[in-house]
Design a protein around this ligand. Structure first.
Ligand code: NAD
Ligand code: LMR
Length: 329
């Protein structure tokens, strides 16, 4: 018997990431080659026409797994029955905007979207927030969805993880497949900590294989942490295809599981592990088992890494305190 279609809601569907993402979802790469999907696209009214154009293109691909496309400018309708929600649409930072202004503007998007998810999404809803500032936007949405288990709200650091894999592979002249157990800790921002001290390259410790603390501190960490800004500088627009690819990786692994003997990175609600205050949506080393993310436990954290993790977590605490003061969480 063929599987029932999975409802996938994508916000910001007419944006750059949306354009790179929707075709991957419809082709089966998000959920698997045997899972039909129905797309539910959410846009602001001014961008609905552009979303309709993308929907025409999706139709023209004749994807065998795509069982329908609906376009909405109303969150309540867009999230009704959603099994997977990719929250991509967000308010970009404008000239002169401070962090607090950005968080407040995004509160106006992620609060009603959290409420709509609470009101109408399917019981198995899984949410990935891509729109920046992703971790705190996820926290805002989550706190307006009290009936949805908190663990279903996640934010994307898989792009940072993938960036770190490639930088390390290039440095050591190895394949991506040779690298395991890399971690992005903390916030999807310039304070994030890409951690090689627990990573392995062909079974050996990655930091020891690099054996170059200067490269690690002055090149590797800033290259990964500031890659988003470097791409904006080079392209004149933020990363889109690589962000869509990372979103596909995140949801695919969440639903289908991560491979034995490895882990990945995702920002998920903290249970207090590794000294990260409970409830913060922070990036951790994670595995997915039985459709749930689990934080990898028992890792020894060296002093250098401790300082870096704490700094990024502190930024998340400050973001949480700002949105608390604004009454958004
Ligand atoms: P974009 O400006 O091209 O598209 C955003 C779309 O969202 C627009 O079409 C806009 O109309 C729509 N939108 C705005 N408010 C909305 C709302 N309330 N409901 C539904 N749709 C809404 O931007 P993009 O390049 O696609 O990037 C989207 C977001 O992803 C940005 O916040 C960007 O900073 C972020 N991003 C995150 C990562 C990550 O790794 N977490 C990586 C790259 C980009
Ligand atoms: C990225 O990491 O590429 C983006 O988050 C950058 C951005 O600010 O949109």
């Amino acid at each position: 018997m063929s599987k029932a279609p999975v409802n996938v809601t994508v916000t910001g569907a007419a944006g750059q990431i949306g354009y790179a993402l929707l075709f991957r979802i419809a082709s089966g790469q998000l959920l698997g080659a045997d899972t039909p999907v129905k797309l539910r696209l959410l846009e602001i009214p001014q961008a609905v026409k552009a979303a309709e154009g993308t929907a025409m293109e999706l139709d023209d691909c004749a994807f065998p797994l795509l069982q329908g496309i609906d376009i909405f400018d109303d969150a309540g309708q867009a999230f009704a029955g959603a099994n997977v929600a990719l929250l991509v649409g967000a308010r970009p930072r404008g000239p002169g905007m401070e962090r607090g202004d950005l968080l407040e503007a995004n509160g106006g998007i992620f609060k009603p979207q959290g409420e709509a998810i609470n009101a109408g999404a399917a019981d198995d809803i899984r949410v990935l927030v891509v729109g920046n500032p992703a971790n705190t936007n996820a926290l805002i949405a989550q706190s307006h969805a009290p009936d949805v288990p908190a663990e279903r709200f996640t934010a994307m650091t898989r792009l940072d993880h993938n960036r770190a894999l490639t930088q390390l592979a290039k440095k050591l002249g190895v394949s991506i497949n040779d690298i395991k157990k890399l971690t992005i800790w903390g916030n999807h921002s310039a304070t994030q900590y890409p951690d090689l001290f627990r990573a392995e390259v062909n079974g050996a410790n990655a930091a020891a294989a690099v054996d170059d603390q200067k490269w690690l501190e002055d090149t590797f960490i800033p290259t990964v942490a500031k890659r988003g800004a470097a791409i904006i500088d080079a392209r004149g627009a933020s990363s889109a295809a690589s962000a869509a690819n990372a979103a596909v990786d995140h949801v695919h692994d969440w639903v289908n599981g991560t491979p034995e003997g490895d882990w990945t990175s995702a920002a998920i609600p903290s249970d207090g592990s590794y000294g990260v205050p409970e409830g913060l949506i922070s990036s951790f080393p994670v595995v997915s088992r039985g459709g749930r993310w689990e934080i990898v436990q028992g890792l020894e954290i060296d002093e250098f890494s401790r300082g870096r993790i704490d700094a990024s977590v502190q930024e998340l605490v400050e973001e949480r305190d700002t949105v608390r003061k604004l009454g958004l969480v």
